[in-house]
Ligand binder design. Structure first.
Ligand SMILES: C[S@@+](CC[C@H](N)C(=O)[O-])C[C@H]1O[C@@H](n2cnc3c(N)ncnc32)[C@H](O)[C@@H]1O
Length: 328
């Protein structure tokens, strides 16, 4: 089954979302077709845009080998046939990086798909296309991330780094923690060679970048051990005050060096760094890490998830002064 945008079907957009179109514009780029640019400064975690999908479809579209190749995706054609004419025209205006694909519809879908995941009542993965969000270009160090919000049935794009007015918005189409050669391979499906700052590196600086990304990709494996180390350290006054911080800070430096706060792993590091600052009553440090965590949580989940309270008053957290108390 395929869905199309229908005002009766979904709750209407939240009021604050309606003003989003004034914060960005779609315009030509130098070498990547169209792109999305912010028209005002956006802070880390801030919303860049919010948009309803043009069309939502099951990610796996069956190929009908009994039909002519240009008509081999009838489910997709049916869904498009049910769209209002202006939506259908918007769909066909989107970029197509697969001109060799006999089905033009499939070429457009493969170029512009945004991942949704499971929808209630279904066991299959869904994807969608948007008029504007599908214009966002790729970077291996994206300054923004998108996610689908079921409550408003819309996509939201938020900033992973501060984006100054006039700058282009980038998301990552692939797993950005892969080494460059694998990233380039994955991006060949989109018909372009990435020339971002990290893909343009050569020699030892490229090796360093690949090594850093390999460490970032594997960082999750150590979280349980490092959490336990933090607990031991917090109650052991014989250990030096920065014992736990050293490893976690090293990872934060890796994220900064690659401009990549990798979604699956960043929060464990920020949490331990903040807790460690609280344990030694370093309010400034705790506020800094909590502020980063608040903004990144907003960027990735749309919710600050309690970090704002920690940022406002770290001295009210449970572990405040834990090392002093352990030494008393
Ligand atoms: C989802 S569309 C993005 C919007 C597209 N630029 C347009 O004009 O509509 C994906 C396509 O944009 C182009 N693209 C995206 N990121 C790029 C980049 N970093 N460098 C060059 N081309 C890029 C590729 O042609 C890719 O297949």
């Amino acid at each position: 089954m395929l869905y199309h945008r229908d005002k009766q079907e979904f709750p209407s957009l939240h009021r604050s979302h309606a003003a989003d179109s004034t914060r960005y514009r779609v315009a030509d780029t130098v070498s990547a077709g169209k792109g999305v640019f912010v028209t005002a400064d956006v802070e880390r975690g801030g919303r860049v845009m919010c948009e309803r999908p043009l069309v939502v479809y099951p990610q796996f579209l069956p190929f009908h080998r009994d039909l002519p190749p240009e008509r081999a995706y009838p489910e997709l054609e049916d869904a498009l046939a049910r769209l209002p004419p202006d939506r259908c025209e918007a769909f066909f205006r989107l970029a197509n990086s697969h001109p060799q694909e006999p089905s033009r519809e499939k070429g457009i879908v493969d170029t512009n798909a945004l991942h949704i995941g499971l929808l209630p009542g279904s066991t299959q993965q869904y994807a969608a296309l948007c008029n504007d969000i599908s214009r966002i270009n790729h970077s291996c160090s994206p300054n923004a991330a998108y996610r689908f919000d079921l409550a408003t049935f819309s996509f939201e794009v938020r900033a992973l780094f501060p984006i100054p007015a006039g700058c282009q918005v980038f998301i990552s189409y692939i797993d950005p923690a892969l080494p460059r050669v694998s990233r380039q391979q994955a991006l060949s499906d989109y018909g372009f060679t990435c020339a971002c700052a990290y893909c343009s590196l050569t020699g030892p600086t490229l090796e360093q970048s690949d090594t850093r990304r390999a460490l970032i990709a594997r960082a999750d494996a150590g979280h349980t051990t490092r959490d336990a180390a933090l607990e031991r350290w917090a109650d052991d006054p014989d250990m030096s005050d920065d014992y736990v911080n050293r490893v976690d800070k090293m990872y934060m430096d890796l994220f900064e060096a690659e401009q990549l706060y990798y979604e699956p792993v960043w929060e464990g590091f920020a949490t331990r760094l903040c807790k460690a600052c609280c344990a030694v009553e370093d309010a400034e440090g705790a506020r800094r890490w909590a502020g980063l965590a608040r903004a990144l949580s907003c960027a990735y989940t749309g919710d600050e998830r309690g970090w704002a309270a920690v940022e406002a008053a770290p001295e009210r957290t449970e572990g405040w002064g834990r090392r002093r108390k352990a030494g008393e």
